[in-house]
Design a protein around this ligand. Structure first.
Ligand code: BES
Ligand code: MN
Ligand code: ZN
Length: 491
């Protein structure tokens, strides 16, 4: 599929299908739209009237154009109110168009939406993402890959200039999102700590990143007792992955991205019961998958920022070697943890990963993790929790999220709740009371950061969708690769 920006005026465009965006407060066909309607012998106005199309955000209408017209079909998408227009409006509009174009077996598609914030480059990028992301279909695990039905060959974006760089950037960004989706969607007998590390190695080879993979003995030497406690019951070796992107010039900033990378979470001896969603726990490396997705993009876009990508990969399993509920583990910063629940394993792996990240003397650390069911209860499937010790960093993440079209909600690091993690025998327990479970998880992680600016993203909800939404189909979403990349690019 070839996506390009073209200078051709709307009235002169010819091809299979023309898709137009309309605002609900500007539904009369005036100016160019009126001329287009005349050229199409009134088809536009007819479609609007017959379908009672009101331009509401998310709405759409499709019709064939009769009588030898150089355009075979028209798609209308609603853009909502003019004043509410954002990059996400055009991204979602483009996603609606992409799905309709696929259904209608369109080969050449013209898209005319609206320039957002007088920024045609970002607009084109958002439209390109909106086209590419919903059309991605994962056939890797079908013995006979079904025809995906996609006939779309050419997409021409009108009204924003050619924008080759913006389109190239969007394609690279989407390749990172798709890598993350494919890692999350792959089952735990396919993506294991070993194959996950191989994927990281491929990123390093393909994009010239430095890579260091710490084996179990290396982790032992560094005193990573928390990470290794989780890894103990697995028959597969743990892999502590450290990828580094270094710009050719002196970096403006040094950053670290740390992703929870449990390739499967059985719960350990606090085994997840039936009905707990245990069969979906292949997604528990969603944070690490997005970390590698971001590495893939950053390695290609080459910003002048140094970025460390860290994934402590293992499985949380059961066996005679498993850590027992009640075991006390010592993390690499010397802090001791009473494991009162082996199913709160993500925070144990992250504890050592955060200590490792802080030793790199970076300016900021973001961790991302499918950490708690409690965060899903609080914010649902569509919104990630965000905790930070630094308001500037939190603001940067929110700004990146607005460009990316991925949602975050800032939650409190309520120190008082740390009381729930007090242990009579060790420095802390790994779980507190049910109430405020995503907050105590964040407070637990905070114990492993001394002074570096830090933010924690609990992405347990948004990495996976039960039904299609926006640019995502049901299943793995690749959340929050786009936000991470924009955060790095905006430094
Ligand atoms: N990986 C889970 C959290 C999770 C739940 C992710 C649902 C995605 C969907 C995490 O390791 C876990 O088991 N958390 C426990 C914590 C509890 C034992 C304090 C939870 O949320 O129930
Ligand atoms: Mn768990
Ligand atoms: Zn987990």
């Amino acid at each position: 599929m070839d996506i390009r920006g073209i200078e051709t005026p709307l009235l002169d465009w010819t091809g299979d299908t023309l898709a137009l965006g309309l605002f609900e407060d500007a539904m009369e066909l005036t100016g160019t739209l009126n001329q287009l309607d005349e050229k199409l012998t009134g088809t536009l106005q007819e479609l609007i009237t017959e379908t009672e199309f009101e331009g509401k955000s998310g709405s759409s209408a499709v019709t064939r154009v009769g009588g030898g017209s150089p355009i075979r079909k028209i798609i209308l998408v609603g853009l909502g109110k003019t004043e509410d227009l954002t990059l996400d409006t055009v991204r979602l509009g483009a996603a609606t168009i992409a799905r309709l174009a696929k259904q209608a077996k369109v080969k050449t598609l013209g898209i005319s939406l609206s320039v957002v914030n007088d920024d045609p480059a970002s607009t084109v990028s958002a439209i390109a993402q909106g086209i590419i992301l919903p059309l991605h279909q994962d056939n890797r695990f079908k013995s006979e890959p079904e025809e995906n039905g996609l006939k779309l060959e050419t997409v021409e974006i009108l009204g924003c200039g050619e924008q080759p760089e913006a389109i190239n950037q969007a394609e690279i960004l989407c390749s990172g999102v798709i890598l993350a989706r494919e890692l999350v969607a792959a089952p735990a007998n396919s993506v294991t700590p070993v194959t996950f590390a191989e994927t990281a190695q491929t990123m390093a080879n393909d994009y010239g990143l430095d890579i260091e993979i710490l084996e179990q003995e290396d982790c032992e030497k560094l005193g990573m007792g928390a990470f290794l406690g989780v890894a103990k019951a697995s028959d597969l070796p743990p892999k502590f992955i450290h990828l580094t992107y270094k710009p050719s010039e002196t970096p403006k900033k040094k950053l670290a991205i740390v992703g929870k990378s449990l390739t499967f979470d059985s719960g350990g001896l606090n085994l997840k019961g039936s009905g707990s969603g245990i069969e979906t726990m292949k997604m528990d490396m969603g944070g690490g998958a997005a970390t590698l997705g971001a590495a893939k993009v950053i390695g290609q876009l080459k910003p002048d920022v140094e970025v460390h990508f860290i994934c402590a990969a293992t499985e949380n399993m059961i066996s005679g070697r498993a850590m027992h509920p009640g075991d006390i583990l010592t993390a690499s910063n010397g802090k001791t943890i009473e494991v009162n629940n082996t199913d709160a394993e993500g925070r144990l792996t992250l504890a050592d990963a955060l200590v490792f990240a802080e030793k790199l003397e970076v300016d900021a650390i973001i961790d991302l993790a499918t950490l708690t069911g409690a965060c899903i209860v609080a914010l649902g499937d569509n919104i990630s929790g965000l905790w930070s010790t630094d308001e500037t960093l939190a603001t940067q993440i929110k700004e990146a999220s607005a460009i990316a079209g991925e949602k975050f909600w800032e939650m409190p690091l309520e120190e008082k709740y740390f009381e729930g993690l007090k242990s009579p025998i060790a420095d802390m327990k790994n779980t507190g009371p049910r109430a405020g479970g995503s907050i105590t998880a964040a407070l637990f992680l905070k114990q492993f950061i001394k002074e570096t600016s830090w933010a924690h993203l609990d992405v347990a909800g948004p990495v996976w969708l039960d039904k299609e939404n926006g640019v995502n189909n049901a299943g793995a979403t690749g959340f929050p690769v786009r936000t991470l990349v924009h955060w790095v690019l905006n430094q």
